[in-house]
Design a protein around this ligand. Structure first.
Ligand code: UT7
Length: 326
């Protein structure tokens, strides 16, 4: 059973209809389209009026229209998010309920913007045990509820959306997930924070002011992002005796075009090798890679047998990569 691994069968996505442009943001905070576009590459982002589980469900419904799968035959649902609807029930159990996947094991994970990478690595590892034959892995975020819309340092960067993939066990070594790499740097946890309800002692009145919105040391995260992309890609190439020229396409977490350009420069490759759509959606955290993967999939640019690298980085700090044969 241990020669089994997983292959990506198909992808789906959903983004909300409401578009918030840089021009709209100019009316809300002291910023400009010129600053946002030149510093980040972002032109617009989507804003949701639905909960995170609903966005995830819509991406899964898109996925289910493309695969011939009875929901009763789905084994695992892994939902990656930092913006869940509730502490419990999990978003994954809500998706399970709505699609009628009564035989699935469903749980959420949080690895911030690396969430989808960690989720896919985890689902692939569970499939390799032989206990599960397939999985839906979802990345979905409603970051607009975690944003201080008066803070120009953060409000221009993020957006809402969801993507999903269906993976299943295969013993065909010519397709699927070939290798993975994940790391965390907990000692740099202060660089990117979104707080939850603090501990309160019931005997003492809690006077602590809570700032629940995303706070970030942008320059620190920028440097980490560039080095983690380079390390994650080089590690997979070295361990699999590949050259960067063997890779057809890199699907990175979509945070900032300057991060991707700097990584491309260090890797001595054209930025064109990286798929980007951040100009349309901004940074959608755990949703950015599955949304990008769905757009790559639908573009038809990757053919069967092509090598693709997915690479993510984010709060925690966390980072990682996945080598896939399409
Ligand atoms: O998913 C992972 C999470 N996050 C990231 O990947 C983000 C990583 N970091 C970045 O992408 C960049 O650091 C930012 C886009 C966040 C900021 O770009 P920067 O080139 O590092 O700018 P900065 O923070 O050094 O700020 C430069 C100036 C500052 O003004 P002063 O101090 O030089 O007078 C900021 O106050 O730009 C100012 N500024 C703005 N001005 C207009 C910051 N935000 C804005 C804004 N509009 N929205």
């Amino acid at each position: 059973m241990f020669n089994v691994h997983s292959r990506i069968v198909d992808t789906g996505m959903y983004v909300p209809d409401k578009i918030l442009t840089n021009d709209d943001l100019e009316k809300m905070v002291d910023t400009s389209d010129e600053w946002i576009y030149s510093r980040t590459g972002i032109k617009e982002r989507r804003i949701s009026s639905f909960a995170t589980s609903v966005l995830g469900l819509k991406a899964v419904n898109d996925l289910l229209t493309k695969i011939d799968k009875n929901p009763l035959d789905i084994d695992l649902i892994v939902f990656c998010t930092i913006s869940p609807d509730n502490n419990t029930p999990s978003c994954s159990c809500l998706v399970q309920k709505h699609i009628g996947a009564k035989n699935a094991t469903a749980f959420d994970i949080n690895a911030a913007c690396t969430g989808f990478i960690y989720g896919l690595v985890l689902a692939d590892s569970l499939i390799k045990t032989g206990k599960y034959k397939n999985a839906i892995v979802i990345g979905s975020e409603v970051l607009s509820k975690l944003i201080n819309w008066k803070d120009r340092n953060t409000c221009v960067l993020f957006g809402d959306g969801a993507g999903a993939v269906f993976i299943e066990a295969t013993s065909d070594i010519n397709t699927g997930i070939i290798d993975t790499y994940t790391r965390s740097i907990g000692e740099k946890s202060d660089s990117l924070i979104s707080r939850s309800i603090p501990v309160s002692n019931f005997m003492v009145e809690n006077t602590e002011e809570i700032y629940p919105y995303i706070e970030m040391d942008g320059r620190e995260v920028f440097k980490f992002a560039v080095s983690s992309i380079v390390e994650s890609i080089e590690k997979l190439l070295k361990d699999n005796k590949l050259s960067i020229n063997d890779i057809k396409c890199i699907v990175p977490h979509q945070a900032n075009i300057r991060i991707i350009e700097a990584a491309a420069q260090k890797l001595k490759i054209s930025v064109e090798k990286f798929f980007t759509n951040l100009h349309k959606y901004g940074n959608t955290s755990a949703a950015s890679i599955p949304i990008a993967l769905d757009e790559v999939n639908r573009s038809g640019n990757c053919k069967k047998g092509d090598l693709v690298i997915l690479v993510g980085f984010g709060g925690g700090l966390t980072y990682g990569s996945i080598l896939v044969r399409w």
